[in-house]
Design a protein around this ligand. Structure first.
Ligand SMILES: *Cc1c(COP(=O)(O)O)cnc(C)c1O
Length: 356
């Protein structure tokens, strides 16, 4: 048998589907999952779609101890004429493998990943919600399964894809949020794991997020880990500024996560002929532009929200209000265009989507 043949075992016990207007994020999971195993002798092998179920591991399985994990996040959309659409999934595979490389996890064959994903989605087609703004969130991840407490890369892993129907991010329309500028905690530092989607990066941010929440802000603005001077990201999103008619975003510097939404926005802006620059942006420089009255829009970007406008920054006892706490024109246009392309409502001139 071909090593890449995907076997399918269907559940005999399908779950009831949740109501589409109360999905939230990451609360419900579909009936099946895709699984692939790795060991030293066989490499990645035994691709299969099986009923969604708990996994049993030894308490000494390495995943519980040293955090050698990676994950991805993308979505399948219910498109016009009932099509199932994916947005640039090959970029997620490439990034997963870059994350694997950083975490010393064996890389996955890109074709096999995409084939597994498409097979799983085809089996779960009925789970893709149809309401405006809803989607089927896709969470691929890898965990080390070897039973051993030595501090070194594991010799066995599981790659799993699970699916979760999720609600509209902006159930009540897009609204700009308040952001706390973080000067104490660090998300990532050059030479560390900031460019990888690996578990430890996210729990490392909880303390700062809690502080932000206590101060009434929705998210954290992360500055560089060395000088706490340059702007890096906002929460788990990349960040863009429109200043004096030009768009700027922090350049990829070895600690910023390379967002696929970020990449797509840069490509769209270039296509539209709007000046866009990737460069180092110091927080001081932003404050100066703010005081000069030339900051027009600020927004975060990521798969979950697509565009998340920033309404204000809070730094010490200073509050800086952006665009009257309203969603900017460019933010709105980018949101409408990207979501339009994702669902097939707008023409996909850049060839970003694929149909499953
Ligand atoms: C996933 C992620 C992003 C956004 O990436 P997308 O591919 O656009 O979803 C940005 N920053 C961090 C830290 C992330 O984990």
């Amino acid at each position: 048998m071909n090593k890449d043949n995907i076997t399918i075992v269907k559940t005999t016990n399908g779950k009831a589907k949740p109501s589409e207007n109360a999905l939230g994020f990451g609360k419900y999971f579909t009936d099946h999952m895709f699984v692939l195993d790795y060991d030293i002798d066989n490499g990645w092998h035994s691709p299969r779609v099986v009923p969604y179920e708990p996994i049993t591991l030894d308490p000494a399985a390495m995943v519980f101890h040293y955090g050698q994990t990676v994950f991805e996040g993308l979505k399948a959309y219910y498109g016009t004429n009932g099509k199932t659409m994916l947005f640039r999934p090959e970029k997620n595979v490439e990034r997963l493998n870059r994350s694997c490389n950083r975490l010393s996890i064996p890389e996955i064959d890109e074709e096999l990943f995409l084939k597994g994903l498409k097979t799983l989605i085809a089996v779960e087609k009925e789970w893709i919600p149809k309401e405006d703004g809803t989607s089927l969130y896709i969470r691929p991840f890898i965990l080390p399964t070897e039973t051993n407490l030595r501090v070194a890369p594991a010799n066995s892993y599981k790659f799993i894809i699970i699916l979760s129907p999720v609600g509209a991010y902006y159930a009540e329309g897009i609204h700009p949020v308040a952001i706390n500028v973080e000067k104490e905690y660090t998300r990532a530092v050059l030479g560390g794991t900031g460019t990888a989607k690996t578990a430890g990066n996210y729990c490392a941010g909880y303390k700062a997020q809690k502080k932000a929440s206590e101060q009434g802000a929705a998210q954290v603005l992360w500055l560089d880990g060395v000088e706490k001077k340059y702007i890096e990201e906002v929460g788990s999103m990349n960040i863009f500024f429109k200043i004096n008619g030009e768009v700027v975003t922090p350049e990829l510097n070895g600690s910023i996560l390379e967002g696929i939404t970020r990449m797509s926005i840069i490509e769209l802006l270039k296509k539209w002929g709007i000046p866009v620059t990737e460069k180092k942006i110091s927080f001081e420089e932003f404050v100066q532009a703010y005081e000069d009255g030339i900051v027009e829009e600020v927004f975060g970007t990521g798969t979950a929200a697509v565009i998340s406008p920033v309404g204000e920054f809070r730094f010490q006892d200073k509050i800086m209000i952006i665009n009257n706490r309203e969603t900017g024109e460019l933010s709105k246009k980018l949101y409408d265009t990207i979501t339009g392309i994702q669902t097939g409502k707008m023409e996909d001139e850049l060839n970003w989507t694929i149909e499953v």
